[in-house]
Ligand binder design. Sequence first.
Ligand SMILES: Cc1cc2nc3c(=O)[nH]c(=O)nc-3n(C[C@H](O)[C@H](O)[C@H](O)COP(=O)(O)OP(=O)(O)OC[C@H]3O[C@@H](n4cnc5c(N)ncnc54)[C@H](O)[C@@H]3O)c2cc1C
Length: 417
Amino acid sequence: MGRPGWPGFTPQAETPTRAAGLARLATFVAHAAAYSRERNRVVPPHDRVSRLSPYLRHRLILEREAVAAVLDAHPRDAVDKFISEVLWRTYWKGWLELRPHIWDAYLDRRRRDRDGLAGTASVRYGEAIAGRSGIACLDAWARELIETGYLHNHARMWFASIWIFTLRLPWTLGAAFFLRHLLDGDPASNTLSWRWVAGLHTRGKHYLARAENIARYTDGRFDPKGELDEQALPLTEPLLDFTPRALRASVELATDLPSGLLLTPEDLAPEVSRLSRLGFRGVAGGWDETVGEGLDLAPPVVDFSRVAIADALARAEAHFAVPSHALDEGDWLAAAEAWALSLAVRQVVTLETPVGRWRERLEQLDARLAKHGIALVRSRRTWDSNLWPGATRGFFPFHEHARRQGHLDGLTRINDA
Ligand SMILES: Cc1cc2nc3c(=O)[nH]c(=O)nc-3n(C[C@H](O)[C@H](O)[C@H](O)COP(=O)(O)OP(=O)(O)OC[C@H]3O[C@@H](n4cnc5c(N)ncnc54)[C@H](O)[C@@H]3O)c2cc1C
């Protein structure tokens, strides 16, 4: 029998709304001081960690809000560990923003690895993603991932390590399996964490899953002694360029132009952004099937985004007091273009979409709107503008950069965007 969970914590219910995210945050805050002590326990229903990731990933709630909420309730020392974990998300985002070609290289390599899969590797792959590898812990995590859209951080690390070093399967296909099923699936955190486990991020330093750790942190639920390769060497690859590029300059908004607000599942809290006080003629948003198909997303992952977008549209309609328009049917690009034309706007404003498929879609939309003399303006949050440029090296210099920016103290409370 496991220990009883935190009172009021219902980790399995994933309602894709900002209200549900804020409620989850409020419940977590009451227990946040215990997080640093208890977060390592990897036993469902994972009530010792926040399970905020699907909300943070779609920006139904903001990193800034999570950090401010725990700081409001506890002394800084008591919640340092949680804040650091939230910053890991920002670090990975920033690291990829400064090196977008690593995402392209991942997609390219994934395509080649998928095409090249043959013989016994193809059988091992099929078994692993069906939860039939024969390694009990890996199989349980594969099923848990498919059924719940979530895995504890340690389970993700162990899964990735066993996939790469024991099953000897291509890391890119493991990352794709995660992205297909995770409700928090994210180009930066997922791709770069898989690269980190493989020894490709900090070159030559890999993460090897140890049977003893798995037994300890799963309370003995699993004990894969003798089943894992605990001696494997890190992966290598042709040298990729890690030199950070400059971020695209953030844009000043022309507040006097007739404008429409466009929402994407990359950032669904426009009412808590610098856009909140602007006037718009209308707000639009909707799921784009081609994004889901391109990444082979599982239906629950697509559904999470769909409902989250609908929730954001309803909030934006009320906040900005304008009609909302769902771009859910047919060709997303054509629907977005038609919506902008129907409003006779001069600019379409959207919250920044980081590296990934949605950014690519917006680049295509940008080209289409330009033909009508309509500008697509991307507004980047202050949190991102301040923190992403610090992801030039490892996490610890980044953490120091964040501290110097004042994001780890009371400033987060007054920084509105
Ligand atoms: C191989 C692998 C793949 C991963 N893929 C993703 C992914 O696609 N999307 C994703 O959001 N996270 C990913 N992570 C990071 C991490 O596992 C999850 O963010 C975390 O487990 C989410 O659970 P939680 O909300 O209960 O986390 P908590 O422990 O409660 O942490 C609070 C928040 O901090 C952030 N966070 C915590 N740990 C990390 C981390 N190591 N890296 C980045 N952010 C972190 C998340 O936003 C999380 O919600 C991956 C980790 C590994 C090892």
